[in-house]
Design a protein. Structure first.
Length: 304
């Protein structure tokens, strides 16, 4: 008889956790169909898809800590082959992402590399985290230079400089085939040492131990669809004990719509609208995030 298939662990979630009795906390993200949908919306080269997958995993890791309704936007921009990468998370669990890049420059940069990283692809530029609390609140934005070769290192630098919180981040992106063709997956883990004070005392040794365990995690473990979040966290931290809290579901979701597109088109003047009309008499707009094509009748958005 053929071997029974291995069970598939739940995907598209962020699981918060805390080391028992210590001030070290963290989150583990597992992305399957959500990141596959985002990456397959465009014909990204592998190197670019890896970069965007990392950004999506990072947005889920950081954004899931928000205590209010709003959005977290992770973006990096530079003068390299990839001009711009953005991943957008909102507190409903919705994720979307997009990259703008020069295909020829990406192909050239990828020569000789198994997987060119963020610094190689983005060049000189900045890493930005933006917290959007809604129309009635000011946005908060933190900016740091791109110095690490990975987005994980960029995020660690951001937390060290902008929030003075000791933070470690690991991200992984790859394709897996469970019998239905290759599908993109992404995973990541973030650990932080909560600021010490007189009440908590020093927890430096616990932080060092947690980092040592954290260093042992492999990319294959973060991506393996047969390993649950609980199993992976127990593997890493069972010596000290780890408490896993209720996970938060994630999904690929774009906020574009026919109504939004028509509203944007109405902001243009009559002459500009006329220039957008195609030979068949219609206006077509493609969402840069999800690649949905919207067809608009010019008379429905005619400028006054």
């Amino acid at each position: 008889m053929p071997n029974s298939p291995l069970p598939i662990a739940p995907d598209d979630l962020v699981a918060p956790f805390q080391i028992e009795g210590e001030t070290v906390r963290g989150r583990l993200v597992r992305l399957g169909p959500a990141v596959d949908t985002i990456l397959k919306a465009h014909a990204y080269p592998e190197a670019v898809a890896n970069l965007l997958g990392e950004a999506c995993a990072l947005a889920g890791l950081v954004g899931s800590s928000l205590k209010f309704e709003g959005r977290l936007i992770i973006q990096a921009q530079g003068d390299g082959p990839v001009r711009y990468v953005v991943a957008d998370y909102d507190t409903s669990g919705a994720l979307r992402g997009y990259c703008r890049f020069d295909p020829d420059a990406v192909a050239e940069a990828a020569k000789g590399f198994i997987r060119p990283g963020a610094k190689t692809l983005l060049g000189g530029g900045v890493f930005i985290m933006t917290v959007d609390q809604g129309a009635d609140m000011d946005r908060y934005q933190g900016v740091t230079p791109i110095e690490g070769e990975t987005l994980a290192l960029c995020a660690e630098q951001y937390f060290a400089q902008s929030e003075q919180t000791p933070t470690r981040v690991r991200l992984a992106v790859g394709q897996a085939d469970a019998g239905h063709g290759p599908h993109w997956r992404a995973g990541g883990m973030l650990i932080q040492n909560i600021a010490e004070d007189e009440a908590r005392g020093s927890h430096g040794e616990a932080w060092r131990r947690t980092q040592a365990f954290f260093e042992t995690i492999g990319e294959d473990e973060l991506l393996d669809p047969t390993i649950s979040a609980e199993t992976l966290l127990f593997r890493l931290f069972h010596e000290d004990g780890v408490r896993v809290f209720e996970p938060k579901a994630l999904q690929a979701f774009c906020r574009c719509s026919q109504t939004r597109i028509e509203g944007v088109l109405r902001s243009f003047g009559a002459e500009e609208q006329a220039d957008m009309v195609e030979p068949d008499g219609k206006i077509r707009v493609t969402c840069e995030y999800c690649s949905t094509v919207y067809v608009v009748e010019p008379e429905t958005i005619a400028a006054a």
